[in-house]
Ligand binder design. Sequence first.
Ligand SMILES: *[C@@H]1O[C@H](CO)[C@@H](O)[C@H](O)[C@H]1NC(C)=O
Ligand SMILES: *[C@@H]1O[C@H](CO)[C@@H](O)[C@H](O)[C@H]1NC(C)=O
Ligand SMILES: *[C@@H]1O[C@H](CO)[C@@H](O)[C@H](O)[C@H]1NC(C)=O
Length: 336
Amino acid sequence: MKSLSAALALIAPVQAGLRFPCSTLTFQRLDPVVQPGSNPSAHVHHIVGGNAFNATMTGDVGERATCTTCQMAEDFSNYWTATLYFKHPTNGSYHRVPPVPVQPLLGGSNGAQGGLTVYYTQFDLSRDNLNQQPIKAFPPGFRMTVGSPTANSKNHAGLSYQCMSGSSRGTITNTMPTKPCTGGIFTTHHFPPCWDGKNLDSPDHQSHMYNTVTSEGFTNAPACPASHPVRVPQVAYETVWDTTKFNSMWPSGAPNPFVWSFEGSPTGYGTHADYMFGWKGDSLQRAMNKSECFYDGCNAITKQAMATASQCTVKDMVGEETVGWLPSLPGKDGSG
Ligand SMILES: *[C@@H]1O[C@H](CO)[C@@H](O)[C@H](O)[C@H]1NC(C)=O
Ligand SMILES: *[C@@H]1O[C@H](CO)[C@@H](O)[C@H](O)[C@H]1NC(C)=O
Ligand SMILES: *[C@@H]1O[C@H](CO)[C@@H](O)[C@H](O)[C@H]1NC(C)=O
């Protein structure tokens, strides 16, 4: 792929941390970070990553999982967000919206099935700064969330939507698009870059982390505060929700019919994401210590074909219909 590497060389020095696709692992009403032990949890999640995913997850996930839907074969982490649903404007039925692989600007999703794209950046999108700023990988057992389903105003920089038109991404907004998007709805979740260096979690799953980034894109994190002095990789997820088959059921001028699986505010401010660290051994640290691990990984870590990754599965532990045309969102009918 000479032309691709030439294009990359023109655009970026390719020294910027990791970016890789993960296929969908499962859609289930489980949440081992916010509601450990609950089966079912409050709302449906779209989950990617390792097959140690479960209602409760403790200890070293990277040692327990045996496969992952992510391209990086040593990454048994789990990554999840709420699931997008279409709420029929006249009859009120709900239908789950399928995720489709992100069409990256460069590089390709390599045959991922659904899923999302994960980033671990070191500085900004196209550079690292490792001589000045070492990046410390998360320890086993680490977990965090960003955003809140109950938010009804802007909650955190880096939680955004783009109304795609074809493959063009469109303007970044913090609210759900208000008109049909011919290319689907692109969502981004950026996690904070600063850790307190001690706690694997905190009661709200957020206060062991601190955010110093105030803009929406992939920008370098300003210095971490003394309370949260450890600079960790900047984790981000990108998901494309293929809304196209629902657009014709959205009458002109009617309010946005796309809702998250918890419903929440129709503005979409409740968008949030969860992270469960699960890289095997020191593999993430090895990658973060290098400057050349972008797009395609690097010699420091092992990749697998997405056709292999997509075969990794977990059991349906909840046993409920989440797709169909449903009279109510799973968990919102009084039974959950
Ligand atoms: C999930 O947890 C249950 C109950 O603790 C356990 O029996 C099961 O083996 C776990 N599954 C995985 C994939 O870890
Ligand atoms: C609502 O509309 C959809 C699309 O036409 C249909 O498939 C579904 O069965 C309808 N739901 C009800 C309760 O009529
Ligand atoms: C990463 O780099 C740090 C700082 O140079 C070093 O102490 C550590 O041993 C390295 N870790 C790995 C896994 O390469």
